[in-house]
Design a protein around this ligand. Structure first.
Ligand code: G1P
Length: 291
């Protein structure tokens, strides 16, 4: 079977970042750094690793910095070249997105994730697309999480989301799926519900901020129906696709960090520090001091 390739990725980055105030008063929360890179760069690189060619930011007018981070700045590169700073150039170049490949659209009201994705409808058009939530950073050993999903999608098509086991007591923080048959690490998805209480949750498998969806999801988002928390939920629109199209979930190789919470953000920075060969020994020594 062949399926239309996934060429575009949507990044919902319009949020006010209130959980990180005052740090996020003047800078977008997606510019906070985990390891050496801002959150937005982690997810753009993940998308690139998956072969994504077009990057769509659903953002707000006050968050121009996010786009600027991916501008090509010839004068900076010339200075680094003249000074022979090859390592710095190698770190800078992954932030370059070629002209016309980064598109932005605005979400003018905070109506929910489903609404944010709906705002990208015209830019996506009628083709499959990926969605990546920058709050979730995923460290993998080889291929990025989205790249693993694209590999699976190229075999089975349809819709694909990333799954992760969470403690049953925390199901009310996530979208939770009702699993069907499992084939290796791919679950058939029979249903999904946004932020259920533990006693109502159909499993402890959560939706982990990575999606490959068919454009028909926009037909459901068009209705602007609200769900959990009074918001337009992506999970509700996806749930309506089940039964009309194949819908699968992948248990990926990797460790996800919830950088939307202060604790998850600190954990991610410790993990990335420990994984950085330049500083890992010293990070370990520092951590030992706090034992
Ligand atoms: C969103 C989704 C939820 C998903 C979560 C992953 O929720 O609505 O289904 O499990 O991201 O982090 P949010 O964290 O934006 O409330």
């Amino acid at each position: 079977m062949t399926f239309k390739p996934v060429r575009k990725a949507v990044f919902p980055v319009a949020g006010l970042g209130t959980r990180f105030l005052p740090a996020t008063k003047a800078i977008p929360k997606e510019m906070l750094t985990v390891g050496e890179k801002p959150l937005i760069q982690h997810v753009v690189e993940e998308a690139r690793d998956a072969g994504i060619e077009e990057f769509i930011f659903v953002t707000s007018p006050s968050k121009e910095t996010l786009k600027r981070h991916f501008d090509i700045i010839p004068e900076l590169e010339t200075v680094l070249e003249k000074r022979g700073k090859k390592e710095l150039l190698a770190k800078l170049r992954p932030t370059n997105i070629a002209a016309g490949k980064l598109k932005t659209t605005y979400q003018n009201e905070p109506l929910g994730l489903g609404h944010a994705v709906w705002c990208a409808k015209e830019l996506v058009g009628r083709e499959p697309f990926a969605i990546i939530l920058p709050d979730v950073v995923i460290a993998t050993k080889t291929k990025s999480c989205l790249a693993q999903m694209v590999d699976a999608y190229n075999k089975v098509g349809g819709n694909m989301i990333a799954l992760n086991e969470v403690p049953k007591s925390e199901t009310n923080k996530y979208g939770i799926i009702a699993p069907g048959n499992i084939d290796k690490n791919i679950y058939e998805i029979k249903g999904m519900v946004e932020k259920p209480k533990p006693e109502k949750a159909p499993s402890n498998l959560s939706i982990t901020g990575r999606y490959i969806l068919q454009p028909e999801v926009f037909d459901y988002l068009d209705t602007f129906e609200t769900g959990a928390g009074g918001e337009i939920q992506l999970t509700d629109a996806m749930a309506k696709l089940i039964g009309t199209q194949p819908f699968n979930g992948i248990v990926f190789e990797g460790k996800d960090y919830d950088c939307g919470s202060r604790l998850g953000f600190i954990e991610a920075n410790i993990a990335y520090g420990l994984a950085d060969p330049e500083i890992s020994d010293d990070v370990r020594k520092i951590l030992d001091k706090f034992r």
